[in-house]
Design a binder for this molecule. Structure first.
Ligand SMILES: [Zn+2]
Length: 465
């Protein structure tokens, strides 16, 4: 059988040297495939990248493969569609539903921010425009094509892919993309080796190339007993007759906290008090979790009963009443870094009382209210008023949906032979570099840390038919 040299080009249009804006382009002779389409987030110098011209013509992309519903992986999709991308957006079924919730919320916030900025602007030239609108999200959603795990999807003759569980959030997957005789694996955000709710990441044995996210390439998660830590915070808050306020991310973290509370109740350890979930996004996301029991490594009994103890708040009147009430209770509310959402109303009313507790259960990004409080600010502004931080501040730092260095390495050791090359993306430089050193020295792999917009040619012997 005759062979000839063939080429695939891989280009990193985002998520290179940073943990946001994930976008990896694969170019073959026949197709252009984009893997993930995330928003740049965080510091302003990153956020302005979302407004720069896209490096390639959006309409020249044939297909988009989406690993999961977090904004840093899907948040740019409506803009890509608005600027001409008309192909299918392949993802898993839960990802389709969670992406809808997350993208609608993202667009709503962008529209509100633009409106606020324009309140005193009278010339068209100076007007702020949202990156995209809710209406544009709805247009993009029409292009989503949901799939099951392990379902091979053919994109062109010789090109196919499948999604495999990676245990990060509901619906998250890594991708095996086969082009001719080459297999490229895109890890997505790899989850913990023992996720609280989900099945562990599936192990695979071989790949020619791996694109590996390295968010926590230099991190080692504490192995605290999170349930015990949570119980201690609850008990001390109850002793003070206070309110426990938990700012939480709507997807995965909220359901994990509810699961821990449920376990404590089953073990008869949880003091009697009401528990509220006051987050429209949290409530909607939880409904998606309820639709996909097969994705979760929990018993039928747990799946059927874990949300019974929680009162879901679905309208502003209820929310206002719960905010005003000073009785002991637990409130889980968004947003996770206290940059918006209903948690602000709870803090505005209860942060100045030392009987109450504010419990952090997730990462707090630079420049957020959450980070300011963790770093010891004693005054924080809510709705134009400064409030003294007098409530108790507690934190459980070991909850994470990202595998740490040891977990990433463990996942990679299941490969039976080294890939031709592994690309480390989606990490701060020191995170990617720490992982690079480990992979080169311990496994002897060929590692590349791509720069933004850098491209590489992958050559292989193709069979001529
Ligand atoms: Zn993620």
């Amino acid at each position: 059988m005759a062979t000839e040299n063939a080429e695939i080009t891989i280009q990193f249009l985002g998520g290179a040297g940073t943990v946001t804006g994930s976008k990896t382009l694969i170019k073959t002779e026949k197709q252009q495939i984009l893997v993930d389409c995330g928003l740049f987030q965080g510091l302003k110098e990153l956020r302005i990248k979302n407004r720069e011209k896209f490096p390639i013509n959006e309409s020249s992309i044939d297909t988009l493969l989406l690993t999961h519903a977090h904004l840093d992986h899907c948040g740019y999709i409506p803009l890509l569609v608005k600027n001409g991308f008309s192909g299918p957006i392949h993802c898993t079924k839960p990802t389709r539903q969670l992406a809808e919730i997350i993208l609608r919320d993202s667009a709503r916030i962008m529209e509100e921010d633009a409106e606020r900025a324009n309140r005193h602007v009278y010339t068209k030239h100076d007007r702020a425009e949202p990156l995209y609108t809710v209406k544009e999200v709805e247009i993009a959603l029409e292009q989503f094509v949901p799939h099951d795990l392990h379902e091979w999807v053919v994109l062109a003759p010789g090109t196919r892919f499948q999604f495999l569980n990676n245990g990060h959030i509901l619906g998250s997957a890594f991708i095996e993309l086969i082009i001719e005789n080459q297999k490229i694996v895109f890890s997505g955000d790899i989850g913990r080796s023992k996720p609280m709710l989900l099945y562990p990441p599936q192990k695979i044995k071989e790949a020619d190339y791996i694109v590996m996210e390295s968010t926590y390439g230099d991190r080692s998660h504490h192995v605290d007993d999170v349930k015990l830590a949570l119980l201690q915070v609850i008990e001390e808050t109850v002793d003070r007759k206070g309110i426990l306020m938990i700012p939480s991310f709507a997807v995965e973290r909220t359901q994990e906290i509810i699961f821990l509370l449920h376990q404590l109740r089953e073990e008869d350890k949880l003091p009697r008090m009401p528990i509220f979930l006051d987050s429209p996004m949290g409530v909607n996301s939880t409904k998606v979790y309820e639709q996909y029991p097969e994705w979760q490594n929990l018993s039928r009994f747990t799946l059927n009963t874990m949300y019974d103890d929680v009162k879901f708040i679905t309208n502003y009147e209820q929310s206002r009443a719960v905010v005003a009430d000073k009785h002991t209770k637990i409130v889980i509310a968004g947003s996770g870094m206290m940059e918006g959402g209903r948690i602000l109303h709870y803090l505005n009313n209860h942060i100045e009382n030392d009987r109450n507790t504010l419990l952090f259960v997730g990462f707090q990004g630079e420049g957020t209210r959450g980070r300011a409080i963790i770093e010891g600010s004693d005054e924080i502004k809510f709705f134009g008023n400064y409030r003294k931080v007098k409530c108790q501040i507690r934190s459980i730092s070991s909850l994470s949906a990202h595998g740490d260095q040891a977990e990433i390495l463990e996942w990679l050791t299941h490969f039976e032979r080294p890939p031709k090359r592994i690309f480390l993306n989606h990490g701060e430089p020191h995170q990617s570099d720490a992982l690079r050193v480990k992979l080169q020295h311990e496994l002897g792999w060929k590692v590349t840390i791509p720069k933004l917009n850098e491209s590489f040619t992958l050559t292989y012997n193709a069979t001529i038919t």
